[in-house]
Design a protein around this ligand. Structure first.
Ligand code: PGA
Length: 251
């Protein structure tokens, strides 16, 4: 049985006071519930990782980051390495988010190297995939997702988890999420591809998250799908109330 994972992707939002207040509120809610109904992870902007790490320390809320460089160190002005994120207490790092693929021209190959580097630093990558609206309209959603998966997936790791996040680009930040049936079908397709590459047992153990306009009012129906192992949440992760309501939808 896969335990669900709800991830807050704060993107480029928040200053120190906001980030710490949100992290403290989530930690208090998580510590106050006997056993949160899912695993919880927050991925603040890089400037807040350290402070948020202190605010969630000792609580069930895990710490992650939104991106890392392909290399562990070197002359890369402005970049942050997976080793640095690990040093700050991160457990996970998102790689290949569509906003990085689009605005920073990240290819599948770049994403794969980032994921592999994250693993070598001791971080679990959350590898993002998803088709655009045009690709969906042209009936190519599955082919696009399959190509991204084959190109972006690092080799399996024996002790660290590799998470997949299916995030249709047309659903991100638009208020139009995939229907629960569409998410279930795409996740099942992705799990089939994972099984072809890595075998049934490993594919069945992997968590595949859905992302794209997950909100308190649609989370329960998305999370009820057996192939949906959690959510990658952007806008609705920015207040403790809405994020916690999504967490509770897993129970
Ligand atoms: P959204 O973002 O929940 O605001 O649609 C999700 C994401 O980009 O990870």
């Amino acid at each position: 049985m896969r335990r669900k994972l709800i991830v807050g992707n704060w993107k480029m939002h928040g200053q120190r006071a906001d980030g710490v207040a949100l992290a403290r509120d989530l930690s208090a809610r998580a510590a106050g519930s006997a056993m949160p109904p899912c695993d919880l992870l927050v991925c603040p902007p890089a400037t807040l990782i350290s402070l948020v790490g202190e605010a969630v320390a000792g609580s069930p809320v895990l710490l992650g980051a939104q991106d890392c460089h392909q290399e562990l160190s070197g002359a890369h002005t402005g970049d942050i390495s997976a080793a640095m994120l690990k040093d700050l207490g991160c457990r996970y790092v998102i790689v290949g988010h569509s906003e990085r693929r689009e605005h920073h021209c990240e290819s599948d190959q770049t994403v794969r190297v980032k994921a592999d580097t994250a693993l070598s630093a001791g971080l679990s990558p959350i590898v993002c995939l998803g088709e655009t609206l045009d690709e969906r309209k042209e009936g190519r959603a599955r082919d696009v997702v399959a190509a991204q998966l084959r190109g972006s997936l690092p080799p399996p790791h024996d002790s660290l988890e590799i998470v997949i996040a299916y995030e249709p680009v047309w659903a991100i930040g638009t208020g139009h999420s995939a229907t629960p049936d569409d998410a279930q079908a795409m996740h099942a397709w992705i799990r089939g591809l994972l099984a072809e590459s890595w075998g049934d047992a490993r594919a069945r153990a992997m968590r595949i998250l859905y992302g794209g306009s997950v909100k308190p009012d649609n989370a329960a129906s998305l999370m009820a799908q057996p192939e949906v192992d959690g959510g990658l949440v952007g806008g609705a992760s920015l207040t403790a109330e809405s994020f916690w309501s999504i967490v509770e939808s897993c129970s």
